[in-house]
Design a protein around this ligand. Sequence first.
Ligand code: FE2
Length: 186
Amino acid sequence: MGAATKLLRQEHQAIRDVLNFAEGVSVRIERGEQALPEVLTKVTDFFRRFVDQCHHHKEEDIFFPTLEKKGISASGGPLSVMLMEHERARGLIQELSEAAEAYGTDGEISGKAWARAAWDYSGLMQEHFGKEEEVLFRMADNILSPEEQVAVAADFERLEREKIGPGKHEQLEAMMNRLIAQNGKR
Ligand SMILES: [Fe+2]
């Protein structure tokens, strides 16, 4: 496994923890339990900033174009499927944001809407990560040299600093770990 694909896999792992947590929150909401509004907003914020702005943009702006240069077609192949799924994920983050925002005022209705969108988002992402890991990252490990992987990983770091700012990645992960520890199992 090269440096770049290793980083992406590590991010998938961190994201999976939050997806599983979001599913747990959804189960509780659907049972009629109250969730703290800040749980919904913080999880949604993590999906927007960490998953979309940070993780997906590393793939879209750097990783996928690198694979394209190496001969993996951008149309009709795995790359176009991955991009379509990123778009679908963006739509669901929008739904989650709207529901999380309204949750403070209309409670139950938006809570249920958030839970539905969270199930859809988690299902989509878990499957998407599986495909990337089993298909795309394996292809990348075959066609990129160790030096190319290191160069791509360095570009990831740069993009992250530009997109979300230095140190934000770690802050977001720590925020989620705290939230999960405080609100995880009940
Ligand atoms: Fe992706």
